[in-house]
Design a protein around this ligand. Structure first.
Ligand code: KG4
Ligand code: ZN
Length: 352
């Protein structure tokens, strides 16, 4: 049973064909990085325009690479939120038109549930429930309890910046461009993760919530206490994009800062995860979302001596893609949960 998935919630236009929620026949992702990089972040109006331009060829390519036609599909799944409304609307409107024209059922999928299914898609048979899911991306840092049958309970979330957003803001501040996660990931092993000690404020209320804005401010203070203007400007002007290009432009103290920043983010994520695993008696731990491709996080999670096995998606399925949307729709198809054409874009759609 093949489902066509469509994802346009942020700055990737993606389409994929997935069979039975497990076999990825194609997964096409058109990145808008080049468009947004010079602004240091995603510009919503530009994102919608780029989606409009890309959606038809991306869907066509996904079908072509899967060797499938519309007659081979059982449904079309589309991200309904959370995300940028103008971006979501492009995917939703196109999905609805295709369903109408080809007489196919429509299934709306929550983007966060999609990220969780990026892992289930690959490791579904091994995952035991209840599972703990940590979704860490540019927009989200959420901990969920996942029960059998895919019901979710929110355990904690960020009160301010998402973890990926913190990576992006620190990178932008230091002249490393956008997105910041991949470049910090590559440079961190060149620095000492214990060189800069960040003291984080104690949180009141739900202790499984996260906060990264204090860490971001601490990095800003560290920068302000030193004269880094020419170093940062040199990196900004360099148009470097890879770690290799940035290394000669980055003195050791800055490498140490990056390593310490990444180390602190990872420690914060895993500290709450360890407590959540204990609290819900988790039998599996799923980490997904763009930040899940972080090498340091992958190593730390595997070496943390967790009480249950940990599962990550492949890096290509960690960041936004449509295979995860098609996979998340499969259990809904089974349960007969379809949507009608009243399906709308929801910027703040919650999973639980
Ligand atoms: O899941 P995603 O593609 O989009 C959202 O739903 O937000 O995640 C993008 C985020 C960005 O903030 C990016 O900097 C971060 O994921 N990211 C990483 C890495 N690769 C992407 N953060 C840390 N290490 C990485 N290797
Ligand atoms: Zn995402």
């Amino acid at each position: 049973m093949k489902i066509l998935g469509i994802e346009t919630s942020c700055d990737e236009t993606a389409a994929a064909v997935v069979e039975d929620g497990t076999t990825v026949h194609s997964s096409v992702v058109a990145s808008q990085l080049a468009t947004h990089a010079k602004y240091g972040g995603v510009v919503p109006e530009l994102a919608s325009r780029e989606h409009l331009r890309a959606i038809v060829p991306v869907v066509r390519l996904a079908l072509e690479e899967a060797g499938a036609g519309f007659e081979d599909l059982v449904a079309i799944a589309v991200t309904e939120g959370p995300g940028l409304v103008g971006s979501l609307l492009v995917g939703i409107t196109y999905a609805k038109s295709l369903c109408l024209a080809r007489d196919l059922p429509l299934i709306g999928v929550n983007h966060i549930e999609g990220h969780i299914h990026a892992v289930i898609l690959q490791a579904g048979a091994s995952i035991e429930y209840p599972a703990l899911a940590l979704v860490v991306s540019g927009g989200h840092t959420h901990l969920f309890e996942v029960r059998e049958g895919f019901t979710y309970r929110l355990l904690g979330k960020t009160r301010d910046d998402a973890a990926g957003e913190a990576f992006d803001k620190v990178a932008k501040l230091l002249g490393f461009g956008y997105p910041g996660g991949p470049i910090i990931d590559q440079l961190a092993p060149h620095g000492d993760p214990h060189a800069v000690k960040f003291t984080l404020a104690r949180m009141k209320g739900n202790t499984l919530d996260f906060s990264f804005s204090g860490l971001k401010t601490a990095v800003l203070r560290w920068v302000e206490q030193r004269d880094l203007t020419s170093e940062i400007e040199a990196r900004r002007r360099s148009q470097a994009t890879s770690a290799e290009d940035f290394l000669p432009l980055t003195p050791q103290p800055t490498l140490d800062l990056l390593a310490s920043f990444q180390h602190t983010v990872i420690a914060e994520l895993l500290r709450r995860a360890v407590r959540s695993i204990e609290e819900i008696g988790a039998r599996s731990f799923i980490i997904s979302g763009g930040v899940a491709s972080n090498t340091g996080l992958r190593i730390a999670a595997r070496e943390a001596g967790l009480a249950c096995p940990v599962y990550f998606p492949t890096p290509a399925l960690s960041t936004d893609n449509a295979a995860m949307i098609a996979a998340a729709a499969f259990p809904k198809l089974h349960a007969g949960h379809f949507d009608d054409f009243s399906l709308r874009a929801q910027a703040n759609l919650a999973l639980a």
